[in-house]
Design a protein around this ligand. Structure first.
Ligand code: SAJ
Length: 420
């Protein structure tokens, strides 16, 4: 079973997953709408940053087990790992999944398995089944023929941490939610090809909700920490000391406050629950609001520090003030600046008209869209030596190693807990 596998969407999840199947000598057809992505992979190279992945892709392509194309081809199993962003008003945008369904429908054949991996609102797998059924009235689907359907469909979320994707894809347990028992059984057999973790069976709706629940759990717990940080600031209590003390209780495990919650998952997925059940999802919505508000709160602190400096330097203006922003990435020790609260705060400080010295040890240059005459990328020593105000936004390792130097500066806003 499953000698030819097709992966639709060759991004952060799709490409490593496709490559792992190929590394187990399966014939893998990777499909992506982006011609550049397809060409890069067919040259044995990668278009994303992820440890170990480059070597695996090169080996899989050279061995002839992985091939990329823009047009779907027949296969025994199809896995869909395309983006599910939200539109304005936090409404989930399922258009990429619908487009994937339309693309694979013409090549589906009796006996195929289709698996959705994209993070999705509850009920999306059923929608996918409906889109496929409409496109292929000659085939039967689980909603029509249950266990006897020509095409079986399952939902199986990925749960890997960027930076550890290759390792976690193999070792993490997987939740497998078939629309039927047959689909669950087939999907488990498919993942068994490379997954060493447990393959845990459930239904599609529970599997969809499980993924959203995991990321909402983390978001709610980070919101609790962020709320504590704002309460403690008002009460002149060091929140990091407080959390460390509280966490000595055997049943308390509070997460860390920060500049806000970034990335493409935790700041997005809880909204899928809120959108589906707005009246019931009260804590989940509030957590999102608390975390989304945190960058604004940090910015407010920076503005207050700038006002202090201006008061001590009569005659000076905003343009004379130098602010160092330590960290731009969305979390420590990565180079990913997308959906980053640190980046958002830095851009707002730039708009205030100050000179901004950004320090981000994980990148070589600022992204093109961040060009501004009062913003530059520099090294830590330069920033500490010249800035009037230092704002710690991400707790990168090089900053921890230089913590004493940061501590000596007279105006530091520590949003990331560097001094904790
Ligand atoms: N953060 C805090 N305080 C903390 C922990 C995190 O402020 O104590 C912030 C980070 O700085 C970052 C954001 O939260 O801005 C998200 O970072 P993260 O490390 O919590 O998560 P992601 O987005 O890199 O990956 C998450 C993971 N989910 C969970 O841990 C439940 C990962 O396992 C998922 O596969 C991934 O989302 C995904 O793809 O959904």
């Amino acid at each position: 079973m499953f000698d030819t596998i097709s992966m639709i969407g060759l991004g952060y999840i799709g490409l490593p997953t496709a490559t792992l199947f190929a590394s187990r000598r399966k014939k893998v057809i990777g499909v992506d709408i982006n011609q550049h992505t397809v060409d890069t992979i067919n040259q044995g190279k990668i278009h994303i940053v992820e440890p170990e992945l480059d070597m695996l892709v090169q080996a899989a392509v050279t061995a002839g087990n992985l091939r990329a194309t823009t047009k779907p081809e027949p296969a025994e199993a199809f896995l869909i790992a395309v983006p599910t962003p939200f539109t304005d008003g936090h409404k989930p945008d399922l258009s990429f999944i619908e487009a994937a369904a339309q693309a694979i429908a013409p090549v589906l054949a009796k006996g195929n398995l289709v698996i959705l991996e994209s993070t999705s609102p509850v009920g999306t797998t059923e929608k996918l089944a409906e889109w496929l059924a409409q496109a292929r009235p000659d085939l039967s689907f689980p909603q029509q023929a249950a266990e006897a359907a020509d095409i079986q469909i399952a939902y199986c979320p990925e749960r890997v941490l960027p930076g550890r994707v290759v390792h976690e894809l193999v070792s993490n347990d997987r939740v497998i939610g078939g629309m039927t028992r047959t689909a669950t059984y087939m999907a488990a057999a498919l993942y068994k090809i490379f997954v060493a973790g447990d393959l845990v069976a459930t239904n599609a709706r529970t599997a969809e909700m499980c993924k959203l629940t995991e990321n909402s759990f983390r978001d709610v717990n980070i919101a609790f920490a962020n709320e504590l940080s704002m309460i403690c600031d008002k009460l002149s209590i060091n929140v990091w000391e407080l959390i460390a003390l509280a966490n000595r209780h055997p049943r308390v495990n509070i997460l860390q406050p920060g500049a806000g919650v970034g990335g493409h998952c935790i700041a997005v997925d809880p909204w899928f629950i809120v959108d589906t059940t707005p009246d019931e999802a009260r804590i989940i919505r509030t957590a999102r609001e608390v975390n989304d508000h945190k960058p604004e709160w940090v910015l407010h602190k920076v503005k207050a520090a700038i006002v202090d400096v201006l008061a001590k330097k009569p005659g000076s203006t905003m343009a004379d003030i130098k602010v160092a922003c330590l960290g731009l990435a969305f979390k420590p020790d990565i180079d990913d600046l997308r959906e980053s609260p640190a980046l958002e705060i830095t851009q707002h400080i730039v708009q205030l008209g100050c000179k901004v010295m950004a320090v981000e040890p994980n990148i070589k240059a600022l992204p093109g869209k961040m060009t501004s005459s009062n913003l530059g990328l520099t090294v830590l020593e330069d920033a500490l030596g010249n800035a009037d105000v230092v704002c710690v936004l991400v707790k990168h390792k090089p900053f921890i190693e230089a913590v004493e130097g940061v501590r000596r500066h007279s105006q530091v806003i520590d949003a990331a807990g560097l001094f904790a």
